[in-house]
Design a protein around this ligand. Structure first.
Ligand code: CO
Length: 287
């Protein structure tokens, strides 16, 4: 590890509070996915609202994509491990998300967009994470940016592993995106067998690790592929060891501690604001 400033030291590794299996469901026009983080975990994992995992080599599972749909009140981060997805929104933006790329979108007061797979064969694999906005930011202007894989900052671990720093900062490497209020950390870890990774993380940050290849141990507790470990808020960092070659995302953020009211693609603080979002959408005023 590039221990440049000694800031990557972890004295008390956070333990695993719970391991989540996720629920198979479908969304959009019938895209099959596994929802690892849903409404029952929104308070526990505040500021994160949802984590969907796509992963299929059967085009029938994903080809229909996500036709035009609205969002208001939060941010979406789409990380494509494999496959291509086209994005088009109501502000006239268009982008193609390809292998290893990230799209970061702030829906703010409103976006209507479509997300369409652009391949007819092969594998589509990736993650969509929803990150809440503070009450004062929910009606901000929408924003989005695509980061091709080559633009994502990365670091090497001592054993030859790779850490892609999508958001936040790790071992002196600043991520593609930094956000002041929720301070999200989003790392994609590729560790060889026996590889170790330590990340300082204040105890007040809610955090989880979703393993998508191989098998890890987090503070000694084994976590297999397809499982998400919720970390207890009981230490000053995360210590991960790869029991076999493994890949996982580590996600953490500072909780907002504000009321969460979700109605489908709208996440606000009060039922009144949800009614307003629905009325704006139906009246063509959302975006
Ligand atoms: Co969307």
């Amino acid at each position: 590890m590039t221990n440049r400033r000694g800031e990557d030291k972890v004295d008390f590794a956070r333990s695993v509070e719970r391991v989540v299996i996720g629920r198979e469901t479908s969304d959009g026009a019938g895209v099959r996915l596994t929802r690892m983080l849903a409404q029952d975990l929104q308070r526990r994992l505040d500021p994160f609202l949802m984590l969907d995992v796509f992963g299929s080599d059967d085009p029938d599972d994903y080809l229909a994509g996500f036709p035009d749909h609205p969002h208001r009140g939060f941010e979406t981060i789409t990380y494509m491990i494999a496959g291509r997805m086209k994005h088009r929104d109501s502000a006239g933006h268009e982008g193609l998300l390809e292998n290893g790329g990230v799209q970061w979108m702030i829906a703010g007061r409103g976006v209507i967009h479509s997300e369409t797979p652009q391949q007819e064969e092969g594998v589509m694999e990736g993650f969509q994470l929803w990150l809440n906005l503070a009450a004062t930011d929910k009606m901000c202007a929408p924003w989005y940016r695509d980061f091709p894989a080559a633009e994502l900052p990365r670091l090497r671990t001592a054993e030859g592993g790779t850490v892609i720093v999508i958001a936040g900062e790790s071992h002196g490497v600043r991520g593609a995106v930094t956000r002041p209020v929720t301070a999200p950390l989003y790392l994609d870890l590729h560790l060889p067998e026996g590889g170790r990774f330590a990340q300082p993380l204040p105890a007040d940050r809610n955090a989880f690790v979703h393993v998508y290849r191989g098998r890890l141990a987090i503070a000694g507790a084994a976590v297999a592929a397809g499982r998400m470990a919720i970390l207890a808020n009981d230490g000053d960092g995360v210590v991960i060891e790869a029991r076999e070659a493994a890949r996982a995302i580590l996600v953490a953020g500072r909780p907002l501690n504000e009321p969460i009211v979700q109605h489908g693609p709208f996440v606000m603080n009060t039922p009144q604001e949800i009614r307003q979002a629905l009325s704006d959408y139906r009246g063509g005023r959302l975006a």
